[in-house]
Design a protein around this ligand. Structure first.
Ligand SMILES: *Cc1c(COP(=O)(O)O)cnc(C)c1O
Length: 367
């Protein structure tokens, strides 16, 4: 089964035919073929992709990526804990919103959607508010495509003895990092982003000593991160409740394909070439990226919408879709933008074809 169009989106994204066809078999959730051979192998592979350091473990969680973020926030922060969140986009804001739902004390640093947080501000807040126990930050803020300074923020948080939570949903697997070296205690991502699997579950890679402290702290049964992990640890990868077996099987295949590509470094190279080709091509057609290029990630890029009075996103979108490319609407609150993702089964040659398709789709220029 071939796709009719390429998804240039931040996930779900275009997957390989082999990943999709891995789903054509049914699995029994308590059979060894599934748990030992697939879930446990996935858990081990994820940890080794995230860090070379000892002491880390992983846990898979049903639901979209947000469920794993909510499981982490709701399980890691104790009754008297307080969270500091860097919010420079919809996903940072969502972490603060989760804290609000769960009645977790929360402090927010909001530099705006097109800026990175000022480190002096982060440091001053950590110094001044001794109640803060946890710091959360998004790696690639998918709202704009901005890459946040996680090394510096995590170092500050560690210097003040805080637990660090990283939403690396849209970057893990596409950007090399060692979460042990960075001092990250909980890193969250999901199946349908840079690992190039299909949607259905998220995962958390955690420092085991920190995860063990979560016992009994969860504010939700189904999102109890510790209990989910404990069940997997004790029962060779068994999930507490029905697991998304087909998605998990596709994810396993996606991990093999990541290895075959040459690992995260090679995938990062491809995404970067995609992104640079995209920005150069769109600039040559007169488009302007929203962010300063120093803030760009290889994951997704926001461009200002054309200001021509005839331009409408839907018309532009439809004309691109008819040529085999699906792009993404903007998500920034104070600027009219559209977004184009570079992740998934997408290669530089596809981006070259996209530039040609965009040229054809610029109907407002034809009059
Ligand atoms: C995709 C994404 C999420 C999770 O979104 P879901 O729709 O719940 O899968 C969280 N954070 C970031 C940065 C993301 O890109």
């Amino acid at each position: 089964m071939k796709n009719e169009y390429l998804l240039l989106t931040p996930g779900p994204l275009s997957t390989s035919e082999t990943v999709r066809s891995a789903m054509l078999k049914d699995w029994c959730t308590w059979d060894d073929d599934y748990n030992k051979d697939i879930v446990e192998v996935i858990r081990t592979k994820l940890v080794s992709l995230a860090t070379a350091q000892e002491g880390y473990t992983s846990v898979l969680m049903q639901g979209s990526g947000t469920a794993s973020v909510e499981a982490t926030i709701g399980s890691a922060i104790g009754k008297n804990g307080k969270l500091l969140v860097v919010d420079n986009g919809a996903y940072g804001a969502r972490i603060a919103q989760i804290a609000g739902y769960l009645n977790i004390a929360c402090r927010v640093i909001s530099p705006g959607e097109t800026s990175q947080p000022a480190l002096e501000n982060v440091e001053a807040t950590l110094k001044e508010d001794g109640d803060i126990t946890h710091v959360a930050i998004v790696h690639c803020e998918t709202t704009t495509g901005m890459l946040n300074p996680i090394e510096a923020v995590a170092a500050l948080a560690k210097a003040h003895g805080k637990v660090v939570i990283l939403d690396a949903m849209s970057s893990f697997g596409g950007i090399p990092m060692d979460i042990g070296e960075l001092g990250i205690d909980f890193m969250i991502s999901s199946a349908n982003k840079c690992i190039q699997g299909v949607p259905g579950f998220g995962f958390v890679i955690a420092k085991q000593s920190e995860l063990e402290k979560c016992q009994g702290q969860a504010r939700s049964l189904s999102l109890d991160l510790y209990d989910q992990w404990h069940c997997m640890e004790m029962n060779h990868g068994k999930w507490r409740f029905t697991s998304p077996t087909h998605t998990v099987r596709a994810f396993y295949q996606a991990l093999l394909e990541l290895e075959k590509e040459g690992g995260i470094a090679a995938r990062h190279q491809r995404y970067q070439t995609n992104q640079k080709t995209l920005v150069a091509g769109l600039k040559s057609l007169g488009f302007t990226p929203l962010l300063d290029e120093s803030l760009h990630s290889p994951i997704i890029t926001s461009f200002y919408s054309p200001t021509h009075s005839d331009y409408q996103f839907k018309e532009f979108y439809d004309r691109l879709k008819a040529q085999g490319f699906v792009i993404y609407p903007g998500k920034v609150s104070n600027a009219d933008c559209f977004r184009i993702g570079n992740i998934g089964e997408v290669y530089p040659a596809d981006i070259e074809r996209l530039i040609g398709a965009i040229k054809n789709a610029m109907y407002w220029e034809l009059n």
